[in-house]
Design a protein around this ligand. Structure first.
Ligand code: GLC
Ligand code: CA
Length: 615
């Protein structure tokens, strides 16, 4: 892959019936009761399973993203499915996962592998049935794993009934549910050669807006003699959020699932709902992108202020449901001040958890840079008016973090360093399947093998997102235990022989065990899941260290060596308000650190992670 991140433009610029009602009522009633019982009948009771308005479950949660095509195939067709996910709830529970976010599992032509939805109110037959979804939600409750769905509000599939109607005639009542424009004459002044490439019947798109996935963002429909706007593939027409009927229909789709007992949503491409009503050209940045289109900024197509009104109404709608349902946002934003707006600033009335993409997706400086992490972590902890940060390093759109931050030699330790940052601040943690075992990105080497359309049109500069979507590696056996079918939708990476759940469960030094250990620690220690953070040794360019304290109970010190050479540190707690000088190691990925008792002259081996309590 020429660019370490296959999604560069995103990184910075954004980077029923009575029976059902009864069923829902039962689910809702059982929610509080079940979840108030300790998850494990040991000292490891999960603090995060309890929920109350002042201390909602999602505040200390570990959220785990599942790409349903790739998690577990239950019926041998080579494609993951809902019953496959249900069969793995025991594993997820043992990992300490509080909620899973399932990438779109709704009916879809699968152009964008589910992000092109043709019906919001059931499951795609290749993943299962609505009954399977209900079963997953119910079984999730037994395992104390909440279900979050991916809600795609910006666009539908072009095969959705709404769009089929909308594109049939200008007078169809659904026409105005999408964003139409007559375009302008191809010979109008200022029309560029690029725009002329998209000429139809003497007309060209109204402006220079480029689709994130290549080509003009405007697509011609002869039947209505107009262009429609699509931020993503042309099979993903943008909905017109200036039409109140759209909001009503989409909120209805959300209520359909809230009524069935889902714990909330991850809102896809949420800053993209509105475009400039004057359709002004986006500023031209010069040069062309991997798809061969002129690079343009997205000031008129992304993060427009109007979106916040919708989000406030959505928050109020969701708040009517019991059990602290949560709204998580896919919010690639330029800075923390913009992120704060997505919480509603001081009003705290928008998303509970817009994702902080500044920590885990640094864009062009994806490396283990202690100063950058120190600054970003401190910023999100202190500059969002007391809201709850959400930290994430990995998802289905980007090269896996282990490959972005890894050096090819110490990847396992570096993956542990990333996990340490993910689980040792009070931020809610969002992880991606496979991250816990150190799965690598396996990018196709031949264009003919690529499944993600942007990797076909962008080849070889852009090889698409297949690499980070390969099947989950469960065992060293056939198809990594993912499927009984020797033909899986994406190939099984050869690395499954050594990188898999079965092998790593038996190795106390594995990445999987490190993840489990940290998640368990954080569940048990208030300082780790709710503590105030103070950065330590702040001029150290090589070691990131901080102390976490709630003011009562033991404080926790965390230190990570970001380099391939041993580093000796002395940590001074003066200024943090934490008293105590003796320490006791809680977790260390190197045996040499296990007997450390002081904060003076502690030597951290290459890429070591160390977590200790202060007495
Ligand atoms: C989001 C999804 C991505 C999808 C796009 C369009 O960025 O994460 O996978 O292609 O939206 O829906
Ligand atoms: Ca299947």
């Amino acid at each position: 892959m020429t660019s370490p991140i296959p999604f560069p433009s995103r990184i910075w610029q954004r980077s029923g019936g009575s029976a059902i009602l009864l069923f829902t009522a039962l689910l809702t009633l059982s929610f509080g009761g079940l979840l108030a019982t300790p998850r494990v009948a040991t000292a490891q009771a999960q603090t995060s399973s309890a929920t109350s308005p002042s201390d909602p479950w999602w505040k200390h949660a570990v959220v785990y993203e599942i790409y349903p095509r790739s998690y577990q195939d239950s019926n041998g067709d080579g494609i993951g499915d809902l019953n496959g996910i249900t069969s793995r709830l025991g594993y997820l529970q043992s990992l300490g996962v509080d909620a899973i976010w399932i990438a779109p599992m709704y009916p879809s032509p699968q152009v964008d592998f589910g992000y092109d939805i043709s019906n919001y109110e059931t499951a795609d037959p290749q993943y299962g049935t609505l009954a399977d979804m209900d079963h997953l939600i119910a079984e999730g409750k037994t395992h104390h794993v909440r279900i979050l769905l991916d809600m795609v509000l910006n666009h539908t599939s072009d095969k959705h009934q709404w769009f089929i109607e909308a594109s049939s005639s200008r007078t169809n009542p659904k026409h105005n549910w999408y964003c139409w424009n007559d375009g302008k004459p191809a010979n109008a002044p200022g029309v560029t050669a690029y725009q002329k490439r998209f000429e139809h019947d003497g007309r060209v798109p109204p402006n220079n807006w480029v689709s994130d996935f290549g080509g003009s963002a405007w697509q011609w429909v002869p039947a209505v003699h107009q262009f429609y706007y699509h931020e993503f593939y042309k099979q993903q027409p943008d909905l017109n959020w200036r039409n109140p009927a759209v909001e009503k229909a989409m909120f209805g789709a959300m209520q359909f699932w809230l009524d069935r007992g889902v714990a909330g949503f991850r809102l896809d491409a949420i800053p993209n709902l509105f475009e400039d009503p004057q359709l002004r050209d986006n500023p031209v940045l010069g040069d062309t992108n991997a798809q061969g289109d002129p690079k343009v900024s997205d000031i008129y197509t992304n993060n427009l202020p109007e979106v916040h009104d919708v989000i406030r109404r959505m928050r109020a709608m969701v708040a009517k449901y019991p059990g602290n349902r949560v709204l998580i946002g896919e919010t690639y934003l330029p800075n923390t001040a913009e992120l704060d707006k997505w919480y509603g600033g001081t009003a705290h009335n928008e998303l509970q958890l817009p994702m902080d993409m500044l920590i885990g997706f640094h864009g062009d400086h994806d490396k283990l840079n202690a100063a950058a992490f120190r600054q970003h972590i401190e910023e999100v902890e202190t500059q969002i008016h007391g809201s709850q940060p959400l930290i994430v390093f990995d998802n289905h759109d980007n090269v896996r973090a282990i490959d972005r931050y890894g050096d090819g030699v110490h990847d396992d330790q570096i993956n542990k360093v990333l996990a340490t940052m993910l689980f040792t601040t009070k931020a809610t943690s969002l992880m991606y399947y496979g991250e816990e075992i150190g799965m690598h990105t396996t990018t196709p080497t031949r264009r003919e093998d690529v499944k993600d359309p942007i990797g076909i049109t962008g080849w070889p500069k852009e090889k698409g997102r297949d690499g980070e979507r390969t099947p989950m590696q469960w065992t060293a056996g056939p198809q990594a235990g993912f499927s009984t079918n020797s033909h899986t939708w994406l190939p099984i990476p050869p690395s499954h022989k050594t990188i898999n759940v079965a092998v790593e469960s038996k190795d106390s030094n594995s990445e999987l065990e490190w993840f489990k250990q940290l998640v368990a620690l954080r569940r048990d220690l208030p300082a780790l899941h709710s503590g105030h953070i103070t950065m330590l040794d702040t001029s150290n360019p090589d070691v990131l260290s901080y102390v976490l304290s709630t003011g009562t109970g033991p404080a926790v010190v965390v230190a990570m060596n970001f380099t391939a050479t041993p580093k000796t540190i002395t940590l001074n707690l003066a200024g943090s308000g934490v008293k105590g000088k003796t320490v006791k190691t809680l977790a260390a990925d190197d045996a040499s650190l296990k007997s450390t008792t002081t904060l003076k002259n502690v030597t951290l081996p290459p890429f070591a992670s160390w977590v200790a309590s202060v007495q």
